[in-house]
Ligand binder design. Structure first.
Ligand SMILES: NC(=O)c1ccc[n+]([C@@H]2O[C@H](COP(=O)([O-])OP(=O)(O)OC[C@H]3O[C@@H](n4cnc5c(N)ncnc54)[C@H](OP(=O)(O)O)[C@@H]3O)[C@@H](O)[C@H]2O)c1
Length: 229
């Protein structure tokens, strides 16, 4: 069955894991909406998507502003979204709660939780009309396990898990699939010396989406390291 002309919208896809996810989805027949703030990164990633022969639309928008969210709403209005990947995420240096500023708290909660909820609602409305669609939330092992010095990041990801698990109950039997992905460290930045390759993680997420009907994907490099010992 051809899935051409149906879009995968991946937030934060100019770089990091999102970029690799966009390439894998394009390689597998999806048209792509690339999203992020950095237009240069979006343009560079678009050249990779073009090589796969997929349609590729760019949406430069800041998830932490209402105007940014409205820009994405406009982008999706006339495009059939088949898959929405909530990937964009704000990280924070490891800090004790006493050191974290209001700005850092707002950035993490808005980017990792509030914006994904608002965007999911918009796209869920579209999914309901056609009784089809998949929402993939890129969570983190920090959404499952308590971590010192990562309180706000953990709060945002635990919140995302609560949202996603609850929405799954609403979406059951409506033809809409909700997937949560819980990775440990991914080498998306030069300072991350250890961890899984973003390319390999993106491929595993796509394979899980395509080949299973399960809902939760744990990607734990600590377990594979133990197995190798
Ligand atoms: N890397 C890890 O070790 C790891 C582990 C577990 C889970 N995760 C999760 O995996 C996802 C991807 O992580 P990553 O390491 O690939 O991240 P990354 O390399 O830091 O990239 C973050 C992406 O999010 C976008 N973004 C951030 N804030 C934004 C905002 N306000 N508005 C619009 N876009 C925004 C960035 O776009 P611009 O640069 O264009 O702003 C960028 O494309 C995140 O949800 C993260 O929490 C990562």
């Amino acid at each position: 069955m051809s899935q051409k002309k149906r879009f995968a919208l991946i937030t934060g896809s100019g770089r990091g894991l999102g970029r690799e996810l966009a390439i894998v989805f394009a390689r597998n027949g999806y048209d792509i909406i690339l999203h992020g703030r950095n237009k240069k990164d979006l343009a560079t990633t678009k050249t990779e998507i073009d090589k796969e022969g997929a349609v590729c639309d760019l949406c430069a928008a800041d998830l932490s502003t209402d105007s940014g969210l409205r820009k994405i709403y406009r982008m999706i209005r006339f495009r059939e979204i088949a898959v929405f990947v909530n990937n964009a995420g704000a990280h924070c240096p490891h800090l004790g709660l006493e050191e974290i500023t209001d700005g850092q708290i707002d950035e993490m909660i808005t980017t990792n939780l509030t914006a994904p909820i608002k965007l999911s609602r918009e796209i869920y409305r579209q999914f309901l009309k056609k009784s089809a669609g998949a929402l993939i939330n890129i969570n983190s092992v920090c959404g499952l396990e308590a971590r010192g010095l990562r309180t706000i990041y953990a709060a945002s990801k635990w919140g995302l898990r609560g949202f996603s698990e609850s929405l799954r109950l609403e979406a059951a039997e409506k033809g809409i699939r909700i997937i949560d992905v819980y990775p440990t460290r991914i080498r998306t930045k030069p300072v991350f010396r250890e961890g899984m390759s973003p390319k390999a993680v993106a491929q595993k997420i796509f394979n899980f989406f395509r080949n299973t009907d399960s809902s939760r994907l744990m990607l734990d490099e600590r377990k594979s390291a133990k197995k190798q010992k």
